[in-house]
Design a protein around this ligand. Structure first.
Ligand code: GLN
Length: 483
């Protein structure tokens, strides 16, 4: 039962082959069995999951089920969940019980999904390996010595290990796509504004976007359909109809123009990852698509611009964690300044502290024009590169990540090397575009991902392009040994 996709589970529930309660019990047992090895979950909500599953089964008996009713999922621990600890991977929020649900959680609850628990993540979503989590690193089910990627590494590992058929993630610079690639699953970062950010703990507000992580594009389509849509509580959420992503999955590939940015196939790209990506592109050609070389000339500026904009926004967003209103508070402060400095010093880990310092510096008087304003100008150049590319092509393809999963500890002490993991994903956030990663092979034992980038609100196109490939290949069906 645990090996089924969301679409298969949905069909099985509709046919009465099993109940949501039976399935939820089976998955909770797997979570109990495998989480000690993987550390993919920070919190397991077994009791409420079973209650939600029973409610879903009743709803189905009453003839009121929709496709996601009774489907078990997990939420990244960045989404506020009413009455459940929402830690954001930080000591700062270790004891924070959210008093309300994020819009994404609310919408998935309304569809009848069952929450198994909250998944591990890099602290405040800052990282590419899940090693910055206060709760310890997550291990990659394909190789327990490897990282799962980050920051949505817990969600990616849980889906890959068949502990849950789907999960939520968030992506500020690659945090859905890169762990999806490193764990061999499918993940979609929607257009900025497609999914509400309300109740999703803010890292860099102009870049953050929530999205689905699952084994297949079809499952991502099912989840995104429930997650997307206007929310008056998020002023950057776009009021635009949500298409039927599942109905759009079978759009033809014939004549599809695929742009291959020459900057994404150069130095730094692992040979085996390149081979897997090239084989996938060859498959697309067989299916009738037409690859053309394009250029995104400002690609090399994406990481430096991101590491000004994201820390600047994070330094402002994280100012609210001061030990007064909520979050960690130090023992016996001697005065207010001591309370602020010790609470923050104890609550935040090294990477978060580094980014707050960088961001505060970049925004300070005299440096604002040199750094923040410059980075915003580069952002425009990067968006213009994509705008010009989409005048020629329908989707852009390339590797999601320059390498397959690296070893735990391998890059943990070298932030610059770690930052390079997102070299192909970050520009997409700076431009606000949608991006999807799907599994297309292996580098040794470790999965390799193909990234699809689309024009604004072309999620339906990305999902169908991925789905067509998954209908004729089986990389997405491969399971890690032992799970
Ligand atoms: N790895 C990138 C970072 O460390 C992106 C993280 C994310 O998308 N949340 O900031």
């Amino acid at each position: 039962m645990h090996d089924k996709t969301i679409a298969q589970i949905s069909a099985g529930l509709a046919a009465g082959e099993f109940s949501s309660e039976e399935l939820t019990r089976a998955l909770l047992e797997r979570v109990e069995q495998f989480n000690p090895q993987l550390n993919a979950f920070i919190t397991i909500t077994a009791e409420s999951a079973l209650a939600q599953a029973r409610a879903a089964d009743r709803r189905r008996q009453q003839g009121e089920a929709v496709p996601l009713t009774g489907i078990p999922i997990a939420h990244k621990d960045i989404f506020c969940t009413d009455g459940v600890r929402t830690s954001c991977g930080s000591r700062m929020l270790d004891r924070f019980i959210a008093p309300y649900n994020a819009t994404v959680v609310e919408k998935l609850n309304a569809a009848g999904t069952v929450m198994l628990g909250k998944t591990n993540m890099d602290e405040f979503a800052m990282g590419s390996s899940n090693e910055t989590s206060f709760y310890g690193p997550v291990r990659n089910p394909w190789d327990l010595n490897a990282v799962p990627g980050g920051s949505s590494g817990g969600s990616a590992a849980a889906v890959a290990a068949r502990l849950t058929p789907g999960a939520t993630g968030t992506d500020t610079g690659g945090s859905i796509r890169q762990p999806a690639a490193l764990c061999g699953i499918t993940g979609l970062k929607p257009t900025y504004g497609r999914v509400s950010r309300w109740g999703m703990i803010a890292y860099a507000s102009s870049l953050d976007q929530g999205g689905p992580m699952a084994r297949t594009a079809e499952d991502c389509a099912l989840l995104l359909g429930a997650m997307a849509g206007f929310d008056p509580r998020d002023s950057t959420c776009v009021d635009r109809a949500v298409p039927d992503y599942v109905a759009a999955l079978n759009q033809p590939l014939a004549g599809l123009k695929i742009g291959l940015p020459k900057e994404y196939f150069g130095e730094g790209l692992d040979g085996q990852v390149a081979q897997a990506v090239e084989a996938a592109i060859a498959e697309y050609r067989k299916l009738g698509a037409e690859p053309v070389e394009i250029s995104l000339p400002n690609s090399q500026l994406a990481i430096p611009a991101y590491y000004v904009v994201a820390p600047a926004e994070c330094s402002s967003n994280l100012a609210r964690f001061d030990g007064v209103r909520y979050g960690h508070r130090c023992e016996n402060p001697k005065d207010l300044l001591d309370l602020y400095t010790r609470s923050r010093g104890e609550g935040f880990g090294a990477e978060v502290t580094r980014r707050i310092l960088v961001g505060t510096f970049a925004l300070s008087a005299g440096y604002y024009d040199a750094y923040y304003l410059k980075a915003q100008q580069i952002r425009r150049l990067i968006s213009d590169d994509f705008r010009r590319a989409f005048e020629q092509v329908d989707v852009i393809m390339g590797p999601t990540s320059p390498t397959a999963a690296f070893n735990l500890g391998e890059k943990a002490d070298d932030p610059i090397t770690m930052y390079l993991s997102d070299i192909y994903t970050i520009a997409v956030n700076l431009a606000g575009l949608p991006g999807l990663s799907l599994p297309v092979g292996f580098a040794g034992q470790r999965p390799a991902g193909l990234q699809l980038i689309g024009n604004y609100f072309a999620e339906d196109r990305l999902l169908s392009v991925a789905h067509r490939y998954q209908q004729v290949t089986d990389w997405h069906e491969r399971a890690p040994v032992g799970f």
